[in-house]
Structure formats: C-alpha cells, structure tokens
Design a protein around this ligand. Structure first.
Ligand SMILES: Nc1ncnc2c1ncn2[C@@H]1O[C@H](COP(=O)(O)OP(=O)(O)OP(=O)(O)O)[C@@H](O)[C@H]1O
Ligand SMILES: [Mg+2]
Length: 305
C-alpha cells in the first residue's frame, strides 16, 4: 500500500526529488505545495482521464447506454435462417406446418402433446427417433414433430441429424448443410457454430457428410460431453435425434446412452410385427420405448393387420 501511495503522489512532480519532499514532512506548507503541483496535472487532458471522468463522475454516470451490453445467451447466438412460407413450400418432405388442417398435422400435434406430457412427467428431454428399416419415415416424423414442438409458446426444441449413413434433415427442409456434425460431436466446434435456427424456437443440427464409421464417433466420451454441454447451454426443453434404422446399423445402439427414450417409427405399408419385436428386444434394458408411431397408416396393404 505504501509503495502505491508514494509513487502516485510524486509521479507528477519532477521539479522536486522525493528526498526533498520527504524533508518537508507533512507541514502545511508542504501540503499546499503538493496541492499546487497536483492541480494542473489533474486538469491535463489525457486519454485515460478523458475516458474515465464521464463514467465515474459525469452527469451521465451509471446510465445504461454506457454500460457494456450484456452478451446474448448461446441460444440467441445460433444463426437464424428464414424459414417462411416460401421456404417451407420448397421443402422436400410434406410439412405439417404448411397443411395445418390436414389429418397428419393433427396427428403430429397430438403426438407432440402426449410426448411433452410424458417427458415432463419423467423429467426427460432427449428422444431418439428411429425405425426398424430404412424409408419408414424417421426423418419425416422427426422434422414434423420438431416443427410441431416449436409452436409451443416459450419452448425450445433442437433437432439433430444423427443419421450419418443417410443424412436427411437438411434435404428434407431444403436447407444447406456445408458441414457435418462430427467436429461438433468431437468437441472441436461450438454448438453456436453448427446449429441453425429456422424458427425462433427451433434449432437444427444439419449433417452434410456421409460417415460409415459413425458408430465410433457416437460411442465416444466427447460426443456425450458435447451433447451435455449443448443441452445445458441451449436451455432446450426437448431434443430430437434422427437416427439410422435400428436393425441395419449399430449407430443407434451406440447412441442410446445419450438419450432418455426412443420413439420407434413403423411403416404401415412395410414394417412387420417381427421387425418391431426385434427392435423392442434390442432396446430393452438400454433405454425406454416411448411409443411406436404408425406412419403411412390407413393403407389397405397394412402388414401389421
Ligand atoms: N406419412 C407420409 N406421407 C407422405 N410421405 C411420406 C410419409 N412418410 C414418409 N414419406 C416420404 O417417404 C420418403 C422417405 O421418408 P423418410 O426420409 O422420412 O424416411 P427415413 O426413415 O428417414 O429413411 P432413412 O432410413 O433412409 O433415413 C420421403 O420422401 C418422405 O417424404
Ligand atoms: Mg432419414
């Protein structure tokens, strides 16, 4: 403390040595001399002085305009992409948000509400969407369910394309995916730099690259850490993960520890009871089966009948 006080008092007094000043002691004369010397120094314009005075003692001190702006939270830093009616019309998949009165739209809203009730009751947030075989409608269901979830006021939904075999979410939404999610899942890239927000309440993680060794990536500790961080920082209520078919690759099995539950999509025109039983057997003991969605229902050639 002493060192700072002494050097501060004498820094602007080159005319007199510290030794001479010390001899003056704290007499009234010495004090007056000291004040005379300090006065012009305080009035001297300096870059630091000019910046500091208005902040500390000026009439505008303490106003919000001069306080540093708070950083936007991670969710708000995710880049927004317009996904208006024109963009939705170009989407490859039929989107229920475009056909609000269609029976499919009502089915997705019903599924959303039931899903939300279950997730809330059990404190779950992460749901894998998968199917026994390719083409059953996993991406169709995941995208439409995510759009339906994103209409819940005050909610936040994330849809991640974890199908490294046949990524489909970007194509489904006709959005560009000039990257893959591997660098995000390996922990080298931040969530804000890999997700996009087509709607205020919806963030999507698009995948633009096929990776036949995805199971190893999905197994890794860095994948678990990246997803834990994403859920924490984003403040998302629900995360849907579009995964490859259960019976075709081990990617989904590798990823199961990262989710709370699974939504299984069956194709009303092709999925067999034996396939569903095989999926249930595979999932048993590893995760919870939220339910089985019957996609393309209402056809006469229903193999489950
Ligand atoms: N209920 C439906 N009504 C109309 N079209 C549908 C329906 N379900 C799926 N489709 C269409 O079927 C095709 C395959 O669906 P989708 O891409 O969702 O399958 P997938 O299970 O994700 O396949 P993959 O395993 O290859 O990823 C898409 O063109 C999709 O638009
Ligand atoms: Mg798909």
């Amino acid at each position: 403390m002493k060192h700072f006080a002494v050097s501060g008092a004498f820094a602007a007094s080159p005319a007199q040595s510290p030794q001479e000043e010390k001899e003056d002691g704290m007499t009234e004369q010495g004090f007056k001399r000291f004040r005379r010397r300090r006065a012009p120094a305080a009035a001297m314009p300096s870059a630091v002085g000019a910046a500091e005075v208005p902040q500390l003692a000026g009439p505008a001190a303490g106003t919000a305009a001069q306080l540093p702006a708070p950083l936007p939270e991670p969710w708000d830093r995710i880049r927004q992409l317009p996904f208006d009616a024109a963009a939705q019309a170009k989407a490859r998949l039929p989107l229920v948000s475009r056909f609000r009165t269609a029976p499919a739209a009502k089915s997705f809203d019903l599924l959303r509400t039931r899903l939300l009730h279950t997730l809330k009751a059990r404190g779950w947030k992460r749901v894998a969407v998968t199917a026994p075989a390719a083409g059953c409608g996993t991406t169709f269901t995941a995208v439409n369910l995510a759009l339906s979830l994103a209409r819940v006021p005050g909610s936040r939904t994330i849809l991640m394309d974890m199908n490294f075999r046949r990524p489909g979410v970007a194509q489904a939404l006709r959005m560009q995916a000039p990257w893959d999610l591997a660098d995000f899942l390996s922990g080298t890239v931040r969530m804000e730099d890999r997700l996009l927000r087509p709607l205020p309440a919806l963030a999507v993680g698009l995948n633009g690259t096929v990776d036949q060794d995805a199971a190893e990536l999905l197994h890794g500790c860095s994948c678990a850490e990246a997803l834990d961080g994403m859920m924490l920082r984003s403040g998302a209520d629900t995360a849907l993960f579009d995964l490859p078919p259960v019976l075709e690759h081990d990617d989904t099995a590798a990823f199961l520890p990262q989710v709370d539950a699974v939504l299984l999509i069956s194709d009303g025109t092709s999925t067999t009871a034996a396939q569903l039983a095989a999926c249930e057997k595979m999932l048993a003991g590893q995760t919870q089966l939220l339910g089985v969605v019957l996609n393309r229902a209402g056809r006469t050639d229903h193999p489950l009948n």
